[in-house]
Design a protein around this ligand. Structure first.
Ligand code: NI
Length: 243
């Protein structure tokens, strides 16, 4: 069930049965030579779609912008300041909490969001004087055993750290029409510490870190999507029982 495709009466009725909501969150940033700029939002959305088929969940519109300051030397990348992202999360949760929602399960596609979003959760808890519970969780789809095991089996170290093979594969599964076959060289991207956006582009000229996203296929993407949906649906259901 999609919040955006519901009426307010549908939501009033839903709240009689559940006060939980799933909120996809991603980014709009470069994902290497063959990865889509929307990858980090596309992946959580595809996983949500899969979860929706398996169980009755309510899905909020995605937060499609994230904290992507280190990608700003690549055209098309858009970043929110960390403080802006915290306020967006704060306003979304506060609005829904006012209507009776108590459990907010964010499915995240972007590592750069982790610090600001979890900081926003702490501020929300401190500011909640309503007497009603307010519980937030950030679930990073790529960080669970099922995903890391399959990625290691299929790609070994070439899974990488940014524009990873698994996320590019998942986005190709969700949007096969957008797949571009382009030369990717070297076969495995470098890895290094980096600092600001200019440093990032200097060290990782095509945008990848440590990955070989030319190995990505929609078929593997479907496997990642299904594994993530199964793991996250179980995690969401147990989160709903956290009073
Ligand atoms: Ni990504």
């Amino acid at each position: 069930m999609q919040l955006a495709l519901s009426t307010w009466q549908n939501i009033e009725q839903y709240l009689q049965t559940s006060t939980g909501i799933v909120i996809p969150i991603g980014s709009t940033e470069q994902h290497g030579p063959n990865g889509l700029i929307g990858t980090d939002t596309i992946c959580p959305l595809a996983i949500c779609k899969e979860m929706e088929q398996a169980g009755p969940i309510l899905i909020a519109p995605a937060i499609a912008y994230g904290m992507s300051a280190h990608h700003m030397a690549f055209p098309g990348s858009i970043t929110l300041k960390a403080s802006t992202l915290m306020r967006v999360v704060d306003d979304v949760v506060t609005s829904l909490h006012r209507h009776g929602f108590t459990h907010f399960y964010f499915i995240n596609g972007h590592g750069g969001n982790i610090a600001p979003v979890t900081s926003a959760f702490s501020e929300l808890y401190a500011a909640n004087h309503s007497g009603r519970p307010l519980r937030c969780k950030l679930a990073n789809w790529w960080r669970n055993d099922a995903i890391t095991t399959l990625a290691a089996e299929l790609y070994g170290d070439a899974e990488g750290y940014h524009a990873t093979v698994s996320e590019v594969a998942l986005s190709f599964f969700a949007h096969p029409e957008a797949v571009q076959q382009v030369p990717v060289s070297p076969a495995v991207a470098p890895t290094a510490e980096f600092y600001d956006a200019a440093d990032f582009r200097r060290k990782f000229p095509d945008g990848r870190i440590g990955s070989s996203p030319q190995l990505a296929t929609p078929e593997a993407g479907q496997q990642f999507c299904q594994l993530a949906a199964t793991a996250l649906l179980a995690d969401y259901q147990s989160f709903l029982h956290d009073a």
